[in-house]
Design a protein around this ligand. Structure first.
Ligand code: FAD
Length: 343
């Protein structure tokens, strides 16, 4: 039986879990699902736990709520929204978890030469993909230039000392958008919760970010399927066993709008201020943390197949890229990714 991770109204799913059936189970499997970050989370545990399912779900919901209160740009009073609304160049205190996300984002931003850029928010909103949702419309070049003038990772500084972490900007209108990393961060929070509780057989996901360790209710390793990149069917493209790692897929085929023909993806190229137009339709990354995987997949999506593969090889990343051609889809993967494939 296949189980799909829903990704919200437009993003139906990018990763499909083959998490086991109820028949022939050799150990009990606990399934917990809920809503968070405009999408869904799922926690699957095989084996007994030392508390009730309801108690565990409450703890999960508290964790997810905290993540939203910290980094959601969809909540006007989150720590991140208050930072975005505050035009001051004074350092503003941020929680430790948010600092970890920013640090990862800055590193991947540098490594992708600015392709992954968490200050791209004004452009995301301009194209109608952020919290300022509006009817599909192509912005003018003037509007794009004006929004681009308020972006740039170099305008964001992370400060840290014994008292805590601060975020500082030198552009009053700088708007930080952590949407591309939030799901991975949420997954890592769930992984840490499992580990704190001594649970060693689990599969957790938030939207399109997933992590798993151990075995399912059938005593078999959890399997994650990368879906074929089309918005019309749910067919398996490749199967992986994560072995305690995180995986995330970025795609241009689920969240987009069409106007007078062309297809406008929610992935924005910061150098043009426009949605990507190349033929790379999905980038899947496996990394030690889901946060890392979630950051890289967007960066690689922006770069396009050729540059993405070259960078993945340089950085020894486990990457699976699917490109659209006139004759269908072609997939390439790095040797590091191959090691996770289920034979
Ligand atoms: P990914 O491929 O991981 O990232 C694409 C997104 O990253 C784009 O949508 C854009 O926001 C951003 N982006 C685009 N280009 C770049 C670039 N070059 N560099 C960096 N980032 C880029 N949605 C709702 O509708 N309602 C909610 O209440 C809501 N709450 C949320 C709360 C949180 C904490 C987070 C993190 C997200 C929330 N979302 C909400 C957004 C949504 O659920 C997804 O997280 C978002 O659409 C991106 O996820 P993705 O995996 O589809 O895309």
């Amino acid at each position: 039986m296949a189980h799909f991770i829903a990704k919200g109204l437009l993003l139906i799913t990018t990763l499909m879990l083959l998490a086991g059936c109820n028949d022939n189970e050799t150990r009990p499997q606990i399934d917990i699902e809920g809503k968070t970050m405009g999408t869904y989370y799922s926690v699957k545990i095989s084996g007994a736990i030392s508390q009730s399912k309801q108690q565990l779900q409450q703890e999960i919901d508290v964790l997810m709520e905290q993540a939203n209160d910290d980094i959601s740009t969809y909540r006007p009073h989150s720590v991140l929204s208050r930072f975005n609304q505050n035009h001051s160049s004074e350092p503003q205190p941020i929680p430790r978890g948010m600092a970890d996300i920013i640090l990862t984002a800055q590193r991947i931003g540098r490594d992708t030469a600015g392709a992954m850029d968490i200050t791209v928010g004004p452009l995301v909103n301009l194209w109608g993909f952020g919290p300022d949702k509006h009817a599909a419309k192509i912005p003018s070049q003037q509007e794009i230039d004006a929004a681009r003038a308020n972006t740039g990772l170099q305008h964001l500084k992370l400060l840290s000392d014994s008292r805590g972490e601060w975020l500082q900007k030198d552009l009053p209108e700088l708007y930080v958008d952590l949407s591309t990393l939030g799901e991975g961060y949420g997954v890592d929070q769930l992984v840490q919760l499992m580990e704190r509780k001594g649970i060693t057989n689990y599969l957790v996901s938030v939207g399109g970010a997933v992590s798993s360790r151990g075995v399912n209710g059938h005593n078999k390793p959890w399997r994650v399927a990368i879906q074929k990149p089309t918005d019309k069917e749910n067919a398996v493209q490749a199967l992986v066993d994560l072995q305690g790692y995180g995986v995330s897929t970025a795609g241009s085929y689920r969240n987009y709008f069409e106007l007078d023909g062309p297809h406008y993806s929610h992935v924005i190229d910061p150098t043009t201020g426009r949605p990507i137009t190349h033929k790379l339709v999905s980038a899947t990354v496996i990394a030690p943390t889901a946060l890392e995987a979630d950051g890289w997949d967007t960066g690689l999506m922006v770069l396009g197949a050729e540059k993405a593969l070259k960078l993945a090889e340089e950085k020894n990343l486990a990457v699976y890229l699917i490109t659209q051609t006139d004759n269908g889809f072609i997939a390439v993967m790095t040797p590091q990714f191959k090691a996770f494939l289920v034979k």
